[in-house]
Design a protein around this ligand. Structure first.
Ligand SMILES: *[C@@H]1O[C@H](CO)[C@@H](O)[C@H](O)[C@H]1NC(C)=O
Ligand SMILES: *[C@@H]1O[C@H](CO)[C@@H](O)[C@H](O)[C@H]1NC(C)=O
Ligand SMILES: *[C@@H]1O[C@H](CO)[C@@H](O)[C@H](O)[C@H]1NC(C)=O
Ligand SMILES: *[C@@H]1O[C@H](CO)[C@@H](O)[C@H](O)[C@H]1NC(C)=O
Ligand SMILES: *[C@@H]1O[C@H](CO)[C@@H](O)[C@H](O)[C@H]1NC(C)=O
Ligand SMILES: *[C@@H]1O[C@H](CO)[C@@H](O)[C@H](O)[C@H]1NC(C)=O
Length: 797
């Protein structure tokens, strides 16, 4: 299963090219299958297993598969008293035997069930049925973090209003390991009176596993079991219990309690705490060994809305489609209507452009950056040269020969075509025994490569980045002495391996280093814009720490997640936008506690407009993928800065009606809008709707044409004063002098709190229009104390 956690240490990973090959493969399967499986994020389970799963569900046309049926509840005929009876009757009209998996009341109106394609087609033409959509499979896409974000080790740096303990974060993931010390509820007051959820029992889990910190836990498996068969309870708990680790990691990142003396095998030592240590956690387990199914995800969102969570944290994704076909976008719309902020991972499909998922404007979409912490482990070669890498290996002192050891390239120690990748059973033990082996990154899990070398008798491993990963280093808790090196170093090491008759090496581990500069840099894996669904909405919204993050872990698996890893750790270090998303979820909870009256859009605006795009020395944030400054398509508004976000000065707010008008601007049909809004909403025929009118805190300007008139784009924005009275002045910077950017007015004065003021910004491109080009800029309003920044991306297509 992979919440956007492909980059988890235990995860198998695809290189970029392999990912596209895998995608194509899956597209082919999709077109012949009626169960659409989108695995756009990097997968944590092996490629082989993923393909096998897909093959298993390539059913003939008569085999039922799961559909999500959206109903226009207001169109229920008067002859029915309850909507469930009406749903039932609609279903019975196309199938005598089909049973409902779930009925949905809050996230969407409708139900999920198993149907043949013919039955699904027939049901979709019934009165009151808005759509019948095939289920999708989704994939799961810290001690140092609080200090890095300026939050400090204690609560003192953070104003703690009494309402901080009333904020509830719902985490949809692989469940929770309740024994983790990060769920200690010492000092917590009673469960908030708003809480309407429960602590469900199941395998290895009962209501006494919840407390005043972990206030609720539920699990959702009906959709999973309908497609893949009964959960194997010997392998995973049919309950909220987390046998994987990912869910415990994300939940404790968002809101774990203070745990002194935390580390992974001595790495990253310190006090672990979540971003909102006083907030409450509710766990919703939707991801299982075989993936996360949209019927289950919707059921969990349905419950989380009724349970009254304040923030929903979802580190998972599954493709990218129009909002009226995207279950997460639909459930998130309903959550937003209830005042719940939804924070989602952007995905781990970077650094390619258009690689984002979860891009609906009512979702906060989070990319990943690095911390200033590193885990150096050097490769020292027989020729005296020395190369830096990273590792979380912790062995006993004599497990690594300190002397130079024979060194071989895996591609020279295997008869397999991809022997360089160190896949299971491909290394020749005669050639590997007693040596350090260099394996190339890609396809199978990084830690599994080490296990393969170890099984063949190898003494150590050097893991080499290829072009797909560049210089991005992700540290792993390897099972044998091993280090990861970037592409440039790996090329030099290979030339030594290929030219020296008796190559030798050793690996030197140097523990934890903090203060690494520059930091943060945008992670290469972090999914990038432009937004392929609505180009006029800039995504991701912002970046947060997502590389080598320490947080709580499951006691059911070791830090690598491999079955052969017998180690058990209370904390683990993993990477992915799965890790950056809960940072923002927790920070949103902090803001909600400090400003209970703020809407989800106001909270997101505060996080975005105070995010930073330059280091303290004035240099622009870097992108590790290019080694150059990152752009708003990589980092959105910038890197989150929670202390400034508490006091943003002005916010760009949005109401439910604003989002409905946005749907009108997208020219969605009445039934498409009903699917999202769960009621009929009529767009005014006379009104001219524009996506540009959405009061978003960022600007994605798409110049539509080549003539003077179409090369002008005009936006009206409204800012709300949430600070003291004052006068704000605008400044605009841009890297493209041929676009004139004008503001009207360019000064805004506020006399009181909650006062709103509108301004218009006009972008006029002149000169010959470039093709397929992007330019970037920034608009800032400042009263001298607050800086309210908006990123600008300008594109010519
Ligand atoms: C929950 O499980 C624990 C441990 O198995 C047990 O001691 C306890 O009695 C159970 N509590 C309930 C409410 O079933
Ligand atoms: C509590 O949850 C139930 C369903 O589980 C729902 O019907 C009810 O409206 C919820 N109550 C509140 C106050 O949200
Ligand atoms: C390799 O370089 C690192 C950093 O410069 C240094 O700490 C380490 O001692 C060096 N090792 C050798 C064997 O030269
Ligand atoms: C090892 O593999 C490399 C690259 O595949 C090749 O260039 C080299 O000749 C091989 N060396 C030996 C000794 O086979
Ligand atoms: C690879 O091929 C060589 C020569 O044909 C053979 O001796 C060796 O056993 C093979 N190794 C493996 C792991 O199949
Ligand atoms: C919606 O339709 C109008 C009128 O046909 C068109 O001008 C506009 O570009 C469309 N908007 C989108 C987002 O497709």
């Amino acid at each position: 299963m992979v919440p956007h956690s492909l980059l988890n240490t235990g995860s198998e990973e695809y290189t970029v090219t392999e990912l596209s090959a895998a995608k194509l493969n899956r597209m082919a399967i999709m077109s012949t299958s009626f169960v659409l499986l989108l695995l756009l994020a990097l997968c944590r389970f092996s490629t082989a297993a993923a393909v096998a799963d897909n093959t298993d569900v390539s059913h003939p046309k008569t085999t039922p598969s799961t559909y999500i049926v959206h109903m226009a509840k207001s169109q229920m005929p008067a002859s029915f008293e309850q909507h469930t009876h009406w749903y039932d009757s609609s279903l019975k009209s196309v199938s005598d035997s089909a049973e409902m998996l779930y009925t949905y009341t809050s996230a969407i109106h409708g139900f999920s069930t198993r149907l043949t394609p013919e039955q699904a087609a027939s049901l979709s033409s019934q009165p009151g049925v808005l759509s019948v959509l095939p289920e999708l499979k989704y994939e799961l896409h810290t001690t140092r973090t609080p200090e890095f974000l300026g939050l400090g080790q204690t609560t003192e740096t953070m104003p703690q209003s009494d309402s901080a303990g009333d904020v509830i974060i719902g985490v949809l993931d692989t469940g929770v390991w309740p024994e983790s010390k990060s769920f200690d509820d010492t000092g917590f007051g009673p469960v908030p009176s708003s809480w309407n959820g429960t602590c469900e029992s199941g395998t290895n889990f009962n209501s006494s596993n919840c407390n005043r910190k972990l206030i609720g836990a539920r699990y959702f498996a009906k959709g999973y079991e309908a497609t893949l068969g009964p959960i194997e309870e010997s392998k995973e708990s049919k309950s909220p219990r987390d046998d994987d680790g990912h869910g415990t990691h994300t939940a404790t990142t968002a809101a774990g309690s203070f745990v002194p003396g935390a580390s992974l095998l001595g790495y990253a030592p310190g006090t672990a705490r979540g971003m909102a240590p006083r907030a409450r956690i509710a766990a919703y387990k939707v991801c299982w060994v075989g993936g996360c199914f949209s019927s289950d995800i919707l059921a969990a969102m349905d419950k989380a809305i009724d349970d009254n969570v304040n923030v929903l944290s979802m580190s998972l994704g599954g493709g990218n489609s129009d909002y009226f076909r995207d279950s997460v976008a639909m459930g998130a719309f309903s959550a937003m209507e209830k005042g719940i902020l939804i924070s989602c991972s952007a995905g781990n499909a970077g650094p390619s452009a258009y690689s984002l998922s979860n891009s609906a404007p009512w979702i906060t979409t989070v990319g990943a950056g690095t911390l200033d912490r590193d885990f150096p482990a050097f490769v020292s070669l027989g020729n005296g040269k020395n190369f830096s890498g990273v590792s979380l290996y912790r062995g006993n002192s004599n497990s690594m020969p300190s002397a130079l050891t024979p060194f071989i390239y895996a591609g020279n120690a295997s008869n397999a075509t991809s022997g360089n990748l160190c896949m299971m059973g491909t290394l020749s033990p005669q050639q590997v025994k007693g040596k350090i082996v260099m394996c190339d990154r890609g396809v199978n899990a990084r830690v599994q490569k080490g296990a393969v070398v170890k099984a063949a008798g190898g003494l150590g491993m050097v893991l080499a980045n290829t072009a797909a990963n560049g210089e991005e280093l992700v540290a792993d808790a390897h099972l044998l002495p091993a280090t990861s090196v970037g592409q440039r170093n790996s090329d030099v090491i290979k030339s030594y391996l290929f030219s020296d008759p008796n190559p030798t090496a050793t690996i030197l581990f140097e523990g934890t280093k903090v203060g690494v500069q520059p930091s943060p840099v945008v992670a290469a894996f972090s999914s990038r814009g432009p937004n392929s669904i609505t180009a006029d909405v800039l995504k991701p919204d912002l970046v947060a720490p997502g590389v080598n993050i320490l947080a709580g872990w499951s006691g059911a698996v070791g830090p690598t997640g491999l079955a052969i890893d017998a180690r058990r750790v209370a904390f683990n270090i993993i990477s992915g936008t799965s890790m950056s998303c809960p940072h923002v979820s927790g920070l949103a909870a902090l803001l909600k506690g400090a400003h209970p009256e703020w809407s989800p859009a106001a909270i997101r605006s505060a996080l975005m407009t105070t995010a930073y795009t330059a280091y303290k020395n004035g240099q622009k944030l870097q992108d590790v993928a290019t080694g150059k400054p990152s752009t708003p398509f990589d980092h959105g508004a910038g890197h989150v800065d929670p202390i400034s976000a508490l006091n943003p000065g002005l916010v760009y707010d949005l109401t439910v009606d604003d989002y409905l008008n946005f749907l009108c601007a997208l020219n969605y049909s009445a039934s498409e809008i009903s699917t999202l809004a769960k009621r009929s909403y009529t767009c005014d025929e006379k009104k001219r709707y524009s996506v540009r009118d959405l009061n978003y805190p960022s600007f994605a300007v798409n110049f539509e044409g080549r003539t003077t008139s179409t090369n002008v784009a005009k936006y009206t924005r409204t800012v709300t004063n949430v600070g003291p009275a004052g006068t704000y002045k605008a400044t605009v910077t841009s890297d493209n002098p041929s676009v004139k950017i004008t503001l009207e007015p360019n000064t805004l004065s506020f006399g009181q709190v909650n006062e709103k003021k509108a301004y218009t910004v006009t972008f006029s491109a002149s000169g010959s229009a470039p093709v397929n080009a992007n330019s970037f800029g920034r608009l800032e309003w400042s009263d001298g104390k607050h800086v309210v920044g908006s990123p600008i991306a300008m594109s010519w297509n």
